[in-house]
Every structure is written in C-alpha cells, then in structure tokens.
Design a protein around this ligand. Structure first.
Ligand code: FES
Length: 68
C-alpha cells in the first residue's frame, strides 16, 4: 500500500530499505525520501520501520534457536 503519497513510497519499499540496513525512520527518510514533503506519512512510516525491525529481530531469534 502507498504510505507516502507525496513521494509515491509503499510499505514494501520501506520494508526493503530496513532489510537493506536502515534502522530508523531517519535512515529510511535519507534513503527513500519518505516524509520529506508534507510529513503526514511520518507516523505510519515510523510504525512500519519498527514493525520491520521487530520482525527481523524475531527471525534472528528463531535462527539462533535453530542453530543451538
Ligand atoms: S505523504 Fe509523505 S511527505 Fe506527504
């Protein structure tokens, strides 16, 4: 779904940016330009970044347990 209508950025693009190493809304902003115009998407974008980071942490935890 589109998160940032001003820049045409989707949640998939935000999740991909996090998977590529972005670890904050600021870094996603630098990479994609999300929330760089009206800013109305900032809260939703921040929530998606946090959700993506949590998902990645859970996956790392599961991998850790699978290896032990
Ligand atoms: S909707 Fe993202 S900057 Fe306007």
């Amino acid at each position: 779904m589109y998160v940032c209508l001003c820049k045409g950025i989707t949640d998939t693009q935000i999740r991909a940016a996090v998977a590529d190493g972005a670890s904050s809304l600021r870094e996603v902003h630098s990479t994609l330009g999300v929330a760089s115009q009206c800013g109305k998407c900032g809260i939703t974008a921040r929530d998606i970044v946090r959700e993506s980071l949590n998902d990645m942490a859970e996956n790392d935890e599961q991998l850790f347990y699978a290896l032990t």
